[in-house]
Design a protein around this ligand. Structure first.
Ligand code: KMH
Ligand code: ZN
Length: 214
């Protein structure tokens, strides 16, 4: 039987360091292994941030293209590349992500505080990125981050066209409450070590697959 909940896994993100989180998949090999395990556990979509040879976040186009190809060859997951990258990435590099030919991409709907930094998404950038998704046939996943965006979410869910889906993820300790609220409201789920590094209080996540399994 097909599962009724669509699960996205976000295995890496741009914020955690490999030294601090040894289970974080940062090489292409680790990412592909994680992707296979998460597909086996029930994930359908993978939200991808990649790292360079020093395990630092990168939007290098060659690496992104190789990553999309490797995930396509090894899994049947929908490959969604992050266009958010890290807070230090330029708009130019973030737009260029679509040149790696993913199935889907993230598209954040506003500028937000992000830890001590600012995650910049001015209106002009949002429009340019959206335009580019339509030209390339890449499915945008609109990301909403802060409380103001939640009002947008409620309005957006009510206005969703037939066939559109929405999912939610809670960062850190909000992971379970957000999961339950999303399921109760008919939404789908995103899980993964980009968002959650503790499985329970005092118990680190050992793999992305265990979050998908949960
Ligand atoms: N790493 C954050 C600055 C996205 O992937 O599009 C942005 C982020 C959202 O993770
Ligand atoms: Zn992301």
């Amino acid at each position: 039987m097909e599962p009724s909940t669509l699960i996205t896994v976000a295995p890496t993100g741009a914020e955690s360091a490999k030294n601090d989180v040894p289970a974080l998949p940062v090489t292409l090999e680790e990412l592909v292994t994680t992707a296979k395990e998460c597909q086996e556990a029930g994930a359908a979509v993978i939200h991808v941030h990649i790292r360079d040879a020093a395990a630092s976040p990168t939007l290098d186009l060659g690496r992104l293209t190789a990553t999309v190809q490797a995930l396509r060859e090894s899994t049947s997951l929908i490959v969604q590349l992050s266009t958010g990258g890290a807070v230090t990435d330029s708009f130019h590099d973030r737009l260029r992500v679509l040149d790696a030919d993913p199935d889907a991409c993230s598209l954040t709907c506003g500028t937000v505080n992000f830890g001590d930094e600012v995650f910049a998404n001015p209106w002009r950038f949002i429009c340019d990125l959206y335009q580019r998704t339509q030209e390339r046939g890449v499915v945008p996943e609109f990301e909403l981050f802060d409380l103001g965006h939640v009002a947008t979410l409620v309005a957006s869910v009510a206005a969703l066209p037939r066939g559109a889906t929405w999912s939610a993820t809670g960062i850190g300790r909000t992971t379970l409450p957000v999961m339950f609220a999303a399921l109760a409201a008919g939404g789908h789920l995103r899980v993964g070590m980009e968002d959650t590094l503790s499985f329970a209080r005092g118990r680190p996540v050992t793999s992305n697959a265990e979050l998908v399994e949960r």
